[in-house]
Design a protein around this ligand. Structure first.
Ligand code: ARG
Length: 455
């Protein structure tokens, strides 16, 4: 394709290091689509004859049908998917194939193909995120009033509901949706027609190719268009953030499925056994989601470092843009599907959650708040009084709501028997009615609002 000024062919290792076909063949559909739009424009603009444009268009369909039927071969001598498609086109239609690359370079071609690929990847992720959110909403609704311990420092803090906890992950997923949608909107400009770096002297119609490929319009600067991989980094940043959320939920499932917690039993479908210990049910899928988040972060770092020192315009380093994006996308798609399956099929154990919520003096804040509200005690003093009540309960080996009134009154005489109304875990969660709080009524309202948003 470019041998005119060369007397010798490349060294074998040069061929190998130079070739991107083994991975960029994954973009064959995008490559054919880009060429189809380009040749239609060349024909309409009179840059190639109508007969040649028609022959090229028909030949491209033949090439695509061949890829579809037999796959794309790893022919390293053809470097990349762009060269392979052109070579296949020449086999199919002869010398007219040589007119396809008029007013185009592989630099704007690859930038266009890759944007199309990432755009489709985002659409897949958005669909998977929606399914994940639906799973969270269904389980949150079921457990809108199921009391569990809320933690800080992984120490029992205040009771919350499982529904509220699951809705926290719904919120994270909603931000992920917004990040991916934002990246999609920003990347939806077409580089095709920027040619190698400077634009072209041919009377091309960039609006036409952009529209044919579903872009909002052409990119505005030819140098930027062939040098820019922000769209791939935007994807990786959103993917990293999303995988981080999935990893935190995965970590909680690992903890909750352990015997000391016993908050959840993961279904058989999402567990594995041990080859030596017959009793085991291991949360491997959750652990792998947690692990994949590390690899996805690695993909982001990889492309970030590739791009950071590159002068304008195209440098071959940029060929290394695709493997991390492909890898991150495959890992994220698996992680989203696995977490959705785990959420849908998990058996939660509200009895166990309630027992732990009741055991850690988790309504101590409710006692302090009661002293402020009913006894007019300043909060700092109420905190101190409550601390003494907790110490007393701990010494006697009872829960706060099992301490006799006489004991409480010995600590502070402003306490009366109405305090028992606030010391149960149910009373505690029911009282948290501030906007965004854990009261079951709030959780149900949040679910209804979310349903309106995602419907
Ligand atoms: N395979 C190349 C890539 O993925 C295509 C662009 C090659 N352009 C060039 N001037 N060598 O980046």
């Amino acid at each position: 394709m470019w041998g005119g000024r060369f007397a010798e062919g490349p060294a074998a290792v040069m061929r190998e290091i130079n070739a991107s076909l083994p991975f960029d063949k994954r973009m064959w559909r995008e490559d054919v689509a880009g060429s189809r739009a380009h040749v239609a424009m060349l024909g309409a603009a009179g840059i190639v004859s109508p007969a040649d444009a028609d022959a090229i268009a028909a030949g491209l369909e033949q090439v695509a049908a061949g890829y579809q039927a037999d796959g794309v071969p790893d022919d390293l001598s053809l470097e990349d998917i762009h060269m392979l498609t052109e070579a296949r086109l020449a086999e199919a239609i002869g010398p007219a194939a040589g007119r396809l690359h008029t007013a185009r370079s592989r630099n704007d071609q690859v930038a266009t193909d890759f944007r199309l690929w990432v755009r489709a990847a985002i659409d897949q992720v958005l669909a998977a995120l929606t399914a994940f959110q639906q799973a969270l909403l269904a389980r949150a609704e079921e457990h809108a009033a199921s009391v569990m311990p809320g933690f800080t420092h992984l120490q029992s803090a205040q009771p919350v509901t499982l529904g509220h906890h699951l809705m926290a992950y719904y919120e994270m997923a909603a931000r992920d949706v917004s990040r991916f949608a934002d990246a999609r909107a920003r990347m939806n400009r077409c580089p095709l027609g920027s040619a190698a770096l400077a634009g072209t002297g041919f009377p091309i119609d960039r609006d036409a190719t952009a529209a044919a490929l579903g872009f909002d319009g052409p990119t505005r600067n030819s140098l930027d268009a062939v040098s820019d991989r922000d769209f791939a980094l935007d994807y990786l940043q959103a993917a990293t953030q999303c995988s981080l959320h999935l990893s935190r939920l995965a970590e909680e499932f690992v903890l909750w499925a352990s015997q000391p917690f016993g908050f959840v039993a993961l279904s058989d479908q999402w567990s594995t056994g041990s080859s030596i210990m017959p009793q085991k049910r291991n949360p491997d899928a959750a652990e792998l989601v947690r692990g994949h988040a590390g690899r996805i972060t690695g993909c982001l770092v990889s492309l970030t470092v590739t791009m950071k020192g590159l002068p304008l315009a195209y440098s071959k380093d940029m060929q290394d843009d695709k493997p991390p994006v492909f890898e991150a996308h495959d890992l994220l798609a698996l992680s989203l599907a696995a977490m959705t399956g785990m959420v849908e099929s998990a058996t939660f154990r509200p009895d166990r959650m309630r027992a732990l919520a009741e055991s850690g003096f988790s309504t101590a804040t409710d006692l302090a708040d009661w002293l402020v509200r009913e006894g007019g005690v300043p909060f700092r003093e109420a905190h101190h009084i409550t601390g003494r009540a907790v110490a007393r309960a701990e010494a006697e080996g009872v829960r706060l709501d099992q301490l006799p009134l006489a004991d409480l009154r010995a600590i502070d005489p402003r306490i009366d028997d109405r305090v028992y109304d606030v010391l149960s875990v149910d009373a505690s969660v029911a009282s948290r009615t501030s906007f965004g709080g854990t009261a079951p009524a709030n959780v149900r309202a949040a679910i209804a609002a979310a349903r309106g948003e995602t419907a």
